[in-house]
Design a binder for this molecule. Structure first.
Ligand code: F6R
Length: 247
């Protein structure tokens, strides 16, 4: 894993946008794995600006998001489909049919998950996967557990994740308890990984991810085994690492 530390969260966003933008410039028909949550917002803002200035063209790209809440229809104001439409898709020239997010309202969620993995394969696999990280070390809602789950699957969100995500809803009781999520195998099969973390609340998870054993108790620790993973941090998120670890 390569680690880069920046002074501010804004710089992390700019750097991540530069790496995603470079991917798109080098391969205009890239398959991009995207994430939701607070961490990617500065990245999406920077990508939109680069698009508006004529630097980035998304017309040949394909995207697959990491996850979607079970039970929220695409049009629901808190669905991840709506989040992506609002924060990226509607503001760049991605083809609507090239943007993929699991359907959290599918009648058969297992079939939906299997079809999602198959669609990624059919698109040629993920060129780069953008990841945030939960305070408990989850990636793509793959929560701490006794084993790594490989394929796209339905996950039960941990209490810590429900509590953390309650900020997006009117009350914690509104936060869905399940999501359809790309599995660890799907994430690890991406040719490049770009994980970003900002803020003190992520410092423990980052220290365990980088310095601890590879264990399903800290799902992001599996990234130690990825041949091309980069972690971008602000100083607060890097505060559990020594100078030597961080550079
Ligand atoms: C989102 C996702 C989650 C988030 C994580 C961090 O698609 O898969 O794993 O990346 O919960 O969220 P933020 O960035 O809001 O702290």
């Amino acid at each position: 894993m390569e680690i880069r530390v920046f002074d501010t969260a804004e710089q992390v966003g700019q750097a991540a946008a530069m790496l995603l933008g470079a991917q798109l410039l080098q391969k205009p028909d890239s398959v991009l794995g995207l994430a939701t949550g607070s961490s990617p917002l500065p990245i999406y803002e920077a990508l939109i600006e680069l698009h508006q200035r004529g630097v980035l063209d998304f017309s040949r790209a394909t995207t697959f998001n990491l996850d979607e809440y079970v039970g929220l229809p695409a049009g629901h104001p808190k669905s991840y489909r709506r989040f992506m439409e609002e924060h990226l898709f509607s503001q760049v020239n991605l083809r609507p049919e090239a943007t993929h997010i699991p359907n959290g309202c599918a009648a058969d969620l297992s079939a939906e998950a299997a079809a999602y993995d198959a669609a990624i394969q059919q698109a040629g696999g993920l060129d780069i996967q953008l990841l945030g990280i939960g305070r408990n070390g989850h990636i793509g809602f793959n929560e701490p557990g006794d084993c790594f789950v490989s394929g796209c699957h339905v996950v039960e969100l941990s209490e810590s994740t429900v509590t953390a995500n309650a900020r997006f809803f009117t009350s914690p009781s509104e936060v869905p308890r399940r999501a359809v999520s790309l599995g660890i195998g799907g994430i690890m099969s991406a040719r490049k990984i770009l994980l970003i973390a900002t803020g003190q609340s992520k410092a423990d998870a980052i220290a365990q991810t980088v310095l601890g054993d590879i264990t399903p108790r800290v799902p992001a620790s599996i990234l130690q085994a990825h041949p091309n993973a980069m972690i971008l941090l602000d100083r607060a998120a890097a505060s559990g690492l020594s100078q030597k670890d961080a550079f």
